[in-house]
Design a protein around this ligand. Structure first.
Ligand code: ADP
Length: 749
């Protein structure tokens, strides 16, 4: 059985198997598959859905992109009545109902943006029991006319989205939300579920109290967003800094936040002048212009929206690949919310914050106009923001700490601080002992290069003296890459555990080194820096040149399908679904349905077009289709729904051949798969077996070159590496080498 967290601060992360029979999740899984086509549930989704299904009030706090909508949408589909969703913004409602309809779910919204005829039609559908979900703004829900209608319809439950708007302690208090307190009185038997991304403890309690929730379950997720890379930079050459971020994300969607309307206008105009597709958004613009600009961004006719904080709350766009703050935001809550709009689809995305002392001065002036009782709290939040900018602690750590949580990772590998910090080696003492004892076994007669070759058991370096191959320390560090071993030798020397005599490069063990050998000292070794890695990335299709190209083709098709239907592109398919398509290259509808994010309706409606596009692309590029069907998606961790059936056990067969060091060509012909697929199998094999060396598929010498290139240009995209290596390595060799990086260089893992 599922054990449901009932207290504040309960975390998920627990992996559960699929439940069947009377278990609620067992009932929901076929629904998730059929309509959404997802393979996994994200952390806490199962718990939140169970609460809805079993009619217990709840408060669900998940970070932006955590998948809150699914928590109420899935149970709503299984109930006979209509679920009422309270949502603060009309555009958001429209996008959500569009997206649900594309999945084949009867959903509608009632809003002032509709004509009275459209509204009548929705009421008719409601009356006839045709709707599963109805989205509404709070002010409409609380009118007497509407509550009468609802009394008659007996809603299955209420979901209050963006529930922090109910609390004056929250950063987006909306008085209309307060009126929702009448729901409990008018519908005493109907469960109420509140959802929010930003909630301090105080806000959560406020939400529960104002909605008069009965003994609510609190499901509080981890606020960390591991797919986001945070970077904080002092403004030096602001324009260059901004352009460099945009350049890294050419053709991708990004949001740039500024403090003032004037900054927004100026920056948007300057960007357009140099050829970027950018539009402004702020509260001072005419409503129709604002809406047009927002739509252009959602529909991807422009890549960049330059905005004040007025932009974003109604934005459901899942494939924003970067959020750039051109000035410091006014609070960490704001930052979390705004930066959180990047990468909702769970794929890599960048959050860059440029700040200068002037930003804080500007906010202080703005706060000067606030009511005197509100200003001190705002000032306090501002100084927390300023500390965040100047701090040198891990950004992921600092953000979750602000919300009362902690991360147990020592190095997040996804922020400016951690990526520029040396990473301590876990078993430093043992590694140091292995190195020092090898020096002793070599009779302290050899230099660092010789030592390195003996330690990794390599034959392609200096000629080994007789007997050295049979030393117990020969290959004793073979699971590590040569570069790390070389680095550790240098560290031991500079820390005084090894020495060389003047004029002689032979290494010998110092008295301090002997202490280590006897276990009386524990040196601190660090891994060589593979800095800048994640900072130069965030193309979701960072997998291979081929996948990147096919992904781009599929994006174009998605846009044209979306334009035909007059809906935003991400409503048709998320980037994550396109990426999975590019990986799997399905050739039939049955295979298309196995793509993560393809449900039955989308499969029959869009499948033929996308399959055709894939087939044509495969033909033009001599790549077999249906070739990656057995590969898994890079879906975020969570509850695993049993995998859709895979085509063959070819991968396992390939693993056995890899164990014997068989060449890629021979493996491909043995398992009857294309070489590109076999390369993917090999990557998984090297990663899962934590092989530090890619030999015999890539020579040690080439591996070293590739690692050096990673150091120069980062290891998250293949193209820059390929270019940097200038023909020395092909894409497959680069992929194989990267798979041997202990920490997994690519971002999709
Ligand atoms: P939130 O409201 O918490 O910000 P959303 O509900 O908008 O998040 O979900 C963000 C994105 O993640 C959407 O594109 C959604 O379809 C997708 N998503 C949600 N749950 C899952 C899941 N279990 N597997 C894959 N994608 C999911």
């Amino acid at each position: 059985m599922i054990d449901i967290p009932t207290s504040l601060g309960a975390f998920s992360g627990r992996v559960m198997s699929t439940q069947t029979g009377t278990d609620p999740i067992g009932r929901l899984i076929p629904v998730v598959r059929k309509y959404w086509g997802f393979d996994t549930l994200r952390p806490l989704q199962a718990e939140a859905m169970t609460a809805v299904l079993e009619g217990r009030d709840s408060v669900v706090v998940l970070p932006t992109g955590g998948g809150k909508s699914l928590c109420f949408q899935v149970p709503a589909v299984t109930f006979t009545g209509v679920a009422i969703v309270v949502s603060p913004l009309l555009s958001l409602m429209k996008d959500q109902t569009d997206a649900l309809q594309q999945c084949g779910i009867a959903a509608a919204c009632l809003s002032s943006m509709q004509t009275s005829r459209e509204q009548q039609e929705v009421i008719r559908q409601l009356d006839q029991g045709q709707l599963k979900l109805l989205y509404l703004a709070p002010e409409r829900l609380t009118t007497a006319r509407f509550t009468d209608l609802l009394q008659r319809l007996k809603p299955s439950f209420f979901a209050v989205d963006e529930a922090h708007c109910i609390s004056s302690w929250g950063h987006e208090f909306r008085p209309d939300y307060r009126r929702l307190s009448m729901l409990r009185k008018m519908f005493p038997k109907t469960s109420i579920h509140a959802f929010t991304a930003t909630a301090t403890r105080r806000v959560r309690v406020d939400i529960a109290e104002h909605l008069a929730l009965r003994n609510p379950e609190f499901h509080i997720g981890l606020f960390d967003r591991p797919n986001l890379t945070y970077r904080v930079e002092r403004k030096r050459k602001k324009w260059e800094q901004i352009c460099s971020v945009i350049e890294q994300h050419k053709g991708e969607s990004g949001i740039i936040y500024c403090i003032s309307r004037k900054n927004v206008e100026d920056l948007a105009a300057s960007l357009r002048e140099v050829g970027y597709k950018a539009l402004p958004y702020h509260a001072g613009l005419d409503d129709s212009v604002r809406k047009r600009n927002q739509d252009a961004f959602l529909r991807e006719t422009v890549d960049i929206i330059v905005a004040t904080v007025a932009f974003g709350m109604g934005i459901d766009k899942s494939n924003v690949r970067y959020v750039l703050h051109a000035a410091a935001p006014k609070s960490i809550e704001n930052y979390q919310q705004e930066a959180g709009r990047a990468g909702r689809d769970g794929l890599p995305a960048d959050c860059v914050l440029l700040w200068g002392p002037g930003d804080f001065g500007m906010w202080r002036r703005i706060f000067g106009d606030m009511p005197p009782d509100a200003a001190p709290a705002a000032m306090q939040k501002l100084s927390q923001m300023s500390r965040y900018c100047e701090s040198m602690t891990c950004r992921h750590q600092a953000l979750v700490k602000y919300f009362g949580q902690s991360l147990d990772k020592r190095n997040c590998r996804a922020c400016d601080v951690c990526l520029s910090a040396p990473e301590p080696v876990d078993d430093s003492q043992i590694i140091a002992q292995k190195i020092l004892s090898c020096v002793v076994r070599l009779d302290e007669q050899h230099d660092a290069e010789y030592l390195e070759h003996v330690l990794v058991g390599s034959h392609d370096g200096p000629t080994l003296a007789s007997g050295h191959e049979s030393l117990s320390t020969f290959g004793i560090l073979k699971e590590h890459d040569r570069r790390s071993v070389r680095d550790w030798i240098v560290q031991l020397r500079s820390d005084g555990y090894l020495q060389t005599d003047d004029g002689d490069s032979a290494l010998s063990v110092t008295p301090a080194g002997w202490l280590v050998l006897r276990g009386n000292d524990d040196p601190e070794l660090v891994n060589p820096r593979r800095a800048v890695r994640r900072l130069t990335i965030a193309h979701p299709a960072a997998e291979s040149g081929a996948e990147e190209q096919l992904f781009e083709e599929l994006r174009k098709l998605r846009k044209s399908v979306a334009d035909d239907r007059n809906v935003p592109a991400f409503v048709i398919f998320s980037d994550a679904a396109l990426l999975d398509m590019a990986r799997k290259r399905p050739a039939t509808l049955e295979q298309f349905l196995r793509v993560n994010g393809v449900g039955e309706k989308k499969c029959s409606e869009f499948g033929p077009k996308f399959i055709k596009c894939i087939a044509e692309w495969c033909h033009a590029h001599s790549v077999p289709s249906n070739d990656g069907m057995s590969s898994e998606t890079g879906a975020p961790q969570g509850i695993r729904i049993p995998p859709k059936p895979t085509t063959s056990g070819a991968e396992l067969e390939a693993y056995k051949l890899f164990d014997r060091g068989v060449s890629l060509e021979d493996v491909a012909s043995n398992v009857k798969r294309a070489k590109s697929t076999v390369v993917r199998y090999l990557e998984d094999y090297l990663r899962s077996n934590q092989k530090g060396s890619p030999e015999p598929w890539v020579t040690a010498e080439l591996h070293t070159k590739i690692l050096e290139s990673v150091e120069r240009v980062g290891g998250d995209r293949l193209r820059p590496l390929f270019d940097d290596l200038d023909g020395a390595a092909d894409y497959d060799q680069i992929r194989i080498s990267l798979a041997c990086l202990k920490d997994g260089a690519t971002d999709t893992d």
